[in-house]
Design a protein around this ligand. Structure first.
Ligand SMILES: C[S@@+](CC[C@H](N)C(=O)[O-])C[C@H]1O[C@@H](n2cnc3c(N)ncnc32)[C@H](O)[C@@H]1O
Length: 305
């Protein structure tokens, strides 16, 4: 049976928050904020929060299964200075953190993507290192520990012009995370530790949310409604359309991809008095971006002929 998360209180539904997020409000105090990227089962996050009650810790993780298990650990440990959120860290750093708003960041055993054709998926690229630099305070630090020599060397090759000074060494296991235990059990006794200290600030302003334009049209023909897909820097696809004649409501499932962000949501076309309103459907969490606007525009174009 799945172990329950016990409490959702430390979970930040960041898409629904005002951006940038006001972190002191989320923690109920002002303290130095440290971020752990890809915290997995949350072991290190909880250890850090227990060891440093004077600081606040935020874990950013892609997978809900990990978040659920970390929430359980947080509740069992009774720590109050930890929050977690589900996001691609690249999107989160761009959109909800002001420049210099973090004290430090760490990532233990990030996915190494060892195959050549997968190198593009590696997280600590030149562009991402510049983004982290802009979000951490002057003299702030980024700690990366990896089992993979080729990933370690690749990160070193990405560093030039990112404003960081690097120190590296081989280290013995000490974090007791799932992946550290896994590699140690398979016979690896030393890992690659990289400490990056911020020496020069890289300016990357917050990516602002768009003010979305929604539409009202005087006709909508669900029989012939077939919005086109779009390729290019912004990718838009419409996956399925539903129509309820009783409610006079159409719903079109839209998938939008831009930069590192993919959003899968519904657009509703609903009749109110004499007009049909086209807008993101209630209940869908979206980040208002140029891609979302593009999808609304395409739906509008297809209803208005
Ligand atoms: C190999 S696991 C390591 C987990 C944990 N740190 C440990 O040592 O056991 C990498 C973790 O990073 C997360 N991750 C990968 N890319 C991410 C991204 N772009 N944003 C946030 N988390 C990410 C994955 O979901 C996964 O849990």
């Amino acid at each position: 049976m799945k172990s329950p998360y016990l409490s959702l209180n430390p979970f930040i539904p960041w898409m629904k928050e005002k951006h940038p997020v006001e972190w002191p409000k989320k923690f109920g105090r002002s303290a130095e904020l440290e971020v752990e990227i890809g915290f997995g089962l949350g072991d290190f996050l909880v250890q850090q929060a227990q060891a440093h009650p004077e600081k606040d810790f935020l874990g950013i993780e892609l997978g809900w299964v990990f978040i659920r298990r970390a929430l359980r650990k947080i509740a069992l440990a009774g720590v109050k200075n930890v929050r977690v959120m589900q996001a691609d860290v690249r999107v989160a750093l761009e959109r909800i953190f002001l420049e210099k708003s973090l004290r430090s960041a760490c990532s233990l055993f990030p996915c190494p993507w060892p195959k050549k054709k997968h190198v593009k998926f590696r997280l600590f690229s030149h562009a991402f290192l510049k983004l982290i630099n802009s979000r951490i305070a002057d003299d702030g630090e980024v700690l990366i520990v990896t089992d993979s020599r080729s990933y370690f060397e690749w990160i070193l090759s990405q560093l030039s012009g990112t404003g960081f000074e690097a120190r590296s060494k081989m280290v013995s296991p000490r974090f007791s995370t799932k992946y550290e235990r896994k590699w140690y059990a398979s016979g690896q006794e030393k890992f690659y530790e990289l400490r990056l200290t911020k020496r020069k600030h890289i300016k990357i302003p917050l990516k602002e949310d768009m003010r979305l334009i929604t539409y009202r049209v005087d006709r909508f023909d669900p029989e012939h409604f077939d919005p086109p897909k779009r390729r290019g820097q912004i990718m838009v696809e419409f996956k399925e359309t539903l129509y309820d004649p009783k409610q006079q409501k159409g719903m079109v499932r839209s998938v939008v991809g831009e930069d590192n962000l993919v959003q899968d949501f519904w657009i509703e076309i609903v009749r109110k008095e004499k007009l049909w309103h086209i807008r993101p459907a209630k209940g869908c969490s979206i980040i208002p971006t140029a891609g979302i606007q593009r999808a609304l525009d395409l739906v509008y174009d297809s209803t208005s002929g």
